[in-house]
Every structure is written in structure tokens, then in C-alpha cells.
Design a protein around this ligand. Structure first.
Ligand code: ZN
Length: 263
């Protein structure tokens, strides 16, 4: 890493400024882990009473580690579950599953109207992505942020969890409605990649809101109101979706470093 944390975000981070966005906080912490110079600058910014307090805490923790009981080992499946997901995503999973089920039921009931499953597919993973990288929704955020695997790797890992949760109900609904899997899968992957890509610049939560809101307002709502299936969810648009999904995924991987940069 060549460029260091600028003075303003570092001061805001030290002061615990609530206006500092999640992406910046993560990027600051990932940089601090790898840069002794910026850690020294951070230590200088702390007020003397805080430094005394931190020294006391360190001495107490050291003593506790030396004299305390052995840590209890967790069961293997619990360790795996905690490594891949946070329990705070469960309400979101239930909401998405409910929405897909409702869309499926309406599509079954009114087959002549535009398919709600297809209109929902692109935006179904987005809220999960926003939750996966927000300190407000993650009760373990402080602990996660302090570990060496926080940041980009965690985001990508949770993206896999989000897709693994969202795609099966969509697949089931699409299969029962006799749709081609590509019709819902490619838009879903394209929007996921676009959210991660834009999220590197403006924050994942904001990117999910802009893209999801844009799709719902510009495509889904007019389709429901006019009962016309928009061209973008018809089979003729598949080559364009395939190209967009491929390009989006490649760009997301190439621009992965954006999630480490301090804005
Ligand atoms: Zn640095």
C-alpha cells in the first residue's frame, strides 16, 4: 500500500465521528492493520487520559490471559456458521423468501400479467449485500472489524452467503413457473456485481439503494402499473444480460482494491 490515511478521516476515526461512513471505517481499519506508520499517527491523536486508560486495559487483559481459565472450544458446525454468516441476516432471509413466495403465488394466479418473480430477481440479493457490510446491522461488527480477515474478504464471503440464500428460492419459483433459469439468474448476478463495483466507490449500502431503487422505480413499477412485460426481462434481452454479468463480475474482481481505499 503506497498512500496513507489522510489526516481528516484519521482524526474523524479517532474521535469516533458518527458521520464517517462504513466503507471509510473499514478501509481505515484494514490500512491500520498493515501500516505501523499510521498506527503511530493514530496513537498520537489519542488524548492522554485515553492513552492511560488503554495502557491499564492492556495490563489487565495481559494478566487475565495469563491467569484466566482455558478458552472453551466451540463445536465445529458452530465455528463454521459463525465464520460465514451473522445471525442478524435471518430477518432479511425470511423477508426475501416471503417476497419470492408472494411473487410466485401471484404469478401462478395471474399468468397473463408481467412476472413478479422476474421483476424481483435482480434486486432480491441487494438488501442482503447492504446488510453484509454495515456496522449498524452487524452486532459483532466491532469484533469483526478487529480481525485480520475483516473488509474485502469478508464482503466477498458474505456475498457468496447472500447468493446461496437468495438463488435457491428463485430457482424453485422459476422452475415451478417453467421459466428459463437464465432469465432470473443473469439479472440477479449483474445487479450483485454492479452493487459491489459501485459500492467500492460510494459504499455498498448506498450502491444497493441506488441500483435497487432505480430498478424498482424505472422497470418494476411501470410494468406492474401498465401490465406490459418490459423488454429487459424478455428472452430477447438474455445476450445483453449475459454480457453485463460477465463484464460486471470481471470488473468487480479487477476493482476489488476499491474496498480498501480510504475516501
Ligand atoms: Zn499508512
Amino acid at each position: 500500500m503506497t498512500d496513507h490515511i489522510p489526516a481528516a478521516p484519521l482524526a474523524a476515526y479517532t474521535a469516533g465521528d458518527p458521520h464517517l461512513d462504513d466503507a471509510t471505517v473499514w478501509a481505515v481499519e484494514v490500512h491500520l492493520e498493515n501500516c505501523a506508520g499510521c498506527r503511530a499517527r493514530l496513537a498520537e491523536l489519542a488524548a492522554p487520559p485515553l492513552r492511560t486508560l488503554l495502557d491499564d486495559v492492556q495490563v489487565t487483559i495481559d494478566r487475565g490471559v495469563r491467569t484466566g481459565p482455558e478458552p472453551a472450544r466451540r463445536r465445529a458446525w458452530r465455528r463454521l456458521a459463525h465464520r460465514w454468516a451473522v445471525w442478524s441476516v435471518i430477518p432479511w432471509v425470511a423477508t426475501v423468501a416471503g417476497a419470492v413466495l408472494a411473487a410466485f403465488a401471484l404469478d401462478r394466479q395471474f399468468p397473463e400479467r408481467p412476472s413478479l418473480v422476474l421483476l424481483l430477481a435482480p434486486v432480491a440479493p441487494l438488501a442482503g449485500l447492504a446488510i453484509a457490510w454495515s456496522r449498524r446491522s452487524d452486532p459483532a461488527w466491532e469484533i469483526t472489524a478487529g480481525t485480520s480477515r475483516a473488509g474485502l474478504e469478508l464482503l466477498l464471503r458474505r456475498t457468496v452467503v447472500v447468493l446461496a440464500t437468495v438463488l435457491p428460492p428463485l430457482a424453485l419459483a422459476g422452475w415451478r413457473l417453467g421459466m428459463s433459469p437464465a432469465l432470473w439468474l443473469l439479472p440477479s448476478l449483474t445487479f450483485t456485481a454492479a452493487t459491489l463495483l459501485a459500492g467500492g466507490l460510494i459504499g455498498v449500502g448506498r450502491a444497493a439503494a441506488v441500483l435497487g431503487g432505480g430498478w424498482l422505480l424505472a422497470v418494476a413499477l411501470p410494468a406492474v402499473l401498465t401490465s406490459d412485460l418490459p423488454a429487459v426481462v424478455q428472452p430477447s434481452s438474455l445476450p445483453a444480460w449475459a454480457a453485463a454479468a460477465l463484464a460486471g463480475t470481471l470488473l468487480t474482481v479487477l476493482r476489488a482494491g476499491d474496498h480498501r481505499r480510504v475516501n
